[in-house]
Design a binder for this molecule. Structure first.
Ligand SMILES: Nc1nc2c(c(=O)[nH]1)N[C@H]1C(S)=C(S)[C@@H](COP(=O)(O)O)O[C@H]1N2
Ligand SMILES: [Mo]
Length: 354
């Protein structure tokens, strides 16, 4: 009896950790994916993993109760409350975002959206969880592969997906804004109306105090020993692309962007100088930068206009990057330097640090 209980406790702990790792992993991955199609699969797994945690509540309660029966010296009484609280904040804010709370709050100008609470709590939870599970190593045992365990895992996966399906069904039936969110989980804001599109920065970056002025702004193009200084206004070469700016903050907008493709720029200005190139690093006056693989140069734009109008200072005037199929965090604003490099594009942090 006692052994059976112990095994059940161990299994629910592992299931709990598994769901938390899956939720965290898909959360980070979802932020890295740019297209609704790729995003959807990950978003479903993310939602199901998060909601699946609720299915484990009855079991984990038993485990915690039992831990309470141990001598006081062996207990960590507050840890359970903290972790439960953080998980609860993550789940509630995640459900609120998926229902559409972000849509309403964001348009009313509230600075804190459900998604920001969600990400903030998840970061704190990750740190707290590492501290909590440290020293509670559970070595994989053969028992974990027994039929019953696998059946349990299957049931948990099925139940989690069903729970996710129920929430989606509710948004649809009630006409909640959540029914209209994109595959990445973002809400539409400001399509074909750049002025209605939010101005967002990744982390600590800010709109430059003295935004480079539209007429005199300069962009330095560098390859090998070769350097060309271009005026921003000369970058309006009529190359157009319709692309979706999809911010990890939970909104997206489709716009008609205009400027010069990176490919045209490199070919015209540098000729053969870019022959050994592997990627193009695009840097902002603020220092914020991203490396774009060379194979994307044909559809990546240095844009000066959106919806036929010059970019506003908040949206990156005079020149910003437009990287179709990539999340907003790649769309460097206030570009002042473009470098053709012969090192790989992935030689950079997966997300910017500023
Ligand atoms: N220089 C710079 N460019 C940046 C950022 C930033 O913080 N600094 N944030 C990126 C992020 S996260 C997004 S979603 C878009 C937002 O573009 P917008 O403000 O024009 O809507 O800009 C991107 N370009
Ligand atoms: Mo963003």
């Amino acid at each position: 009896m006692a052994r059976g209980l112990q095994r059940a406790g161990r299994r629910s702990n592992l299931a709990l950790l598994g769901l938390l790792l899956l939720a965290g992993g898909t959360g980070v991955l979802g932020f890295a994916l740019g297209t609704p199609t790729a995003g959807r699969v990950v978003a479903v797994a993310h939602g199901a993993a998060g909601l699946g945690l609720l299915l484990l509540v009855p079991w984990k309660t038993v485990v915690v109760r039992r831990a309470r029966a141990r001598p006081a010296a062996l207990r960590a009484p507050s840890a359970a409350y903290w972790l439960t609280g953080l998980v609860a904040v993550c789940i509630v804010s995640g459900v609120l975002h998926s229902a559409g709370a972000a849509g309403t709050w964001a348009t009313s100008g509230t600075p804190v959206a459900a998604l920001q609470v969600h990400v903030g709590a998840a970061i704190v939870l990750t740190v707290a969880l590492v501290a909590h599970t440290w020293g509670r190593h559970q070595r994989p045992r053969t028992v974990d592969l027994r039929r019953r365990t696998l059946l349990g895992a299957g049931a948990l996966a099925g139940g989690s997906l069903a729970l996710w399906g129920v929430t989606e069904g509710v948004w649809r039936l009630t006409g909640a804004p959540g029914a209209r969110r994109s595959g990445t989980g973002s809400y539409e804001r400001g399509t074909d109306d750049p002025a209605a599109m939010p101005v967002t920065q990744w982390a600590s970056d800010t709109v430059p105090e003295d935004p480079p002025d539209g007429a005199s702004g300069e962009v330095r193009l560098v390859a090998g020993g070769c350097e060309v200084v271009l005026r921003a206004r000369d970058l309006d070469r009529g190359d157009e692309v319709r692309a979706r700016l999809d911010c990890t903050g939970g909104w997206y907008a489709d716009q008609q962007w205009r400027g010069t493709t990176l490919q045209r720029l490199v070919a015209e200005q540098l000729g053969g100088a870019g022959a050994a190139a592997q990627c193009i690093r695009v840097t902002s006056v603020t220092g914020f930068s991203r490396r774009i693989p060379l194979r994307d140069a044909g559809r990546t734009l240095l844009a000066t206009h959106a919806a036929g109008r010059p970019l506003s200072p908040g949206h990156g005037a005079p020149v910003r990057l437009v990287a179709p199929g990539r999340r907003g965090v790649w769309w460097v604003k206030w570009v002042d330097r473009v470098e053709v490099l012969d090192s790989p594009w992935w030689l950079q942090p997966p997300f910017p640090l500023q």
